[in-house]
Design a protein. Structure first.
Length: 375
């Protein structure tokens, strides 16, 4: 069998599929590279670093795919760094120009923003909660904890009535953490909504509806399956951790399992997922593949993580979080592939500068629209 390319070897390590010899070689290289590491390092010589790595790994072929590697110390060792829990990469010596700062000064990173629509149709801004309490006149108490978790109680026993349906909605640039009546916790990403009953009581199923993206930690209850319905599929679990990305504009529904098991049902078939697997549902079919499951929930932990991802997908995520519109002057740039990690709470100017430093893309603002062109 032919030796794997460097890219294939990193992919194997990232997926946990390396042989003991391959794993030992990569990890030994990593330890040698980092044993004298300090908190702040100058930007490395990417070409030299890559050459040194391949000298240690051995005589392997040059990678066939061109991937734009984005940020400090993630250029070659990103997969390894992420495995070791050290994949939070920053440019410590990055200097932002005054002109760039002025251009993007009115574009802010997202944060805890959401709206609660009660069964009667009343819409409340959770972001405007005062001292953790909201909407006395609506008969509901909303408590927002320091980490953004939403806890609500219906007063006068109204929360125990069946048939009352509430909706949590996050705008562009918003996210929210929700505790459901059964004790399950849901993290809602930007431009998403969760429709759920104010009480599950003794219903046969704990059924909710999702539009957009959310990460679920489901309270175990074998007698009452937890069901998440989207426009294209239904996910059934007993108690587990998983992520669903079901944005309508993405034309692809991704369900990623971190713990337990889930059953994904769609018109094109049924799939049972194991931890570390992801189902992809398109208009034509449903498929399952092995993935690094933590990548799917990087957004929940405060990071953009792009793992061999094309620019169109990268910029869609950036646009949702920073609430900007996009326009491509050269559509061919959408297919450029990127790899890297950065905090979602960085200024957009820094995120865009990282992308521009690859030498293939550039940006400018036209009123409220971010214009993307090829360098």
């Amino acid at each position: 069998m032919d030796n794997p390319t460097p890219e294939q070897l990193l992919d194997k390590y990232f997926a946990g599929q390396c042989s003991p010899e391959e794993k030992a070689t990569l990890e030994s290289w990593y330890l040698l590279e980092t044993e004298n590491a300090v908190d702040e390092l100058p930007e490395p010589d990417y070409i030299g670093l890559e050459e040194e790595m391949w000298k240690v790994i051995g005589p392997l072929a040059v990678p066939r795919r061109k991937v734009r590697r984005l940020w400090l110390r993630i250029a070659v060792a990103a997969a390894i760094l992420l495995i070791f829990g050290s994949g939070l990469i920053y440019f410590n010596n990055y200097k932002q120009s005054a002109n760039t700062a002025i251009v993007y000064q009115n574009i802010n990173a997202g944060g805890n923003k959401a709206y609660l629509t009660l069964a009667g149709g009343k819409r409340l801004s959770l972001t405007d909660a005062l001292n953790g309490r909201l909407a006395e006149e609506a008969g509901v108490e909303i408590i927002k904890t320091s980490n953004g978790e939403l806890v609500y109680n219906m007063k006068n026993g109204r929360g125990n009535r069946l048939g009352l349906i509430n909706t949590i909605t996050t705008p562009r640039g918003g996210q929210w953490q929700v505790r459901l009546p059964d004790g399950s916790t849901v993290w809602l990403n930007s431009s998403s909504s969760l429709i759920y009953p104010s009480a599950f009581n003794n219903q046969g199923e704990r059924k909710i509806e999702l539009h957009g993206e959310a990460y679920f930690e489901v309270h175990k209850d074998p007698k009452h399956p937890f069901v998440v319905k989207t426009d294209q599929q239904e996910v059934r679990v007993l108690g587990t951790h998983f992520n669903i990305s079901a944005y309508q504009e993405d034309h692809l529904v991704k369900t990623t399992l971190l713990e337990g098991s889930v059953k994904v049902t769609a018109p094109s078939g049924i799939r049972i997922l194991k931890p570390g697997q992801q189902s992809e549902l398109s208009e034509r079919a449903i498929s399952v593949k092995a993935v690094q499951a933590d990548d799917a929930v990087a957004w929940k932990n405060g990071y953009f993580m792009f793992n061999y991802e094309d620019l169109e997908s990268v910029m869609t995520k950036v646009a949702r979080w920073y609430d900007v519109e996009l326009r491509y002057e050269d559509p061919s740039v959408k297919k450029e592939v990127f790899f890297g990690t950065i905090s979602k709470y960085e200024k957009i100017s820094k995120v865009l500068n990282m992308l521009e430093r690859t030498g293939v893309v550039k940006f400018h603002m036209d009123n409220k629209t971010l214009v993307i062109s090829k360098k």
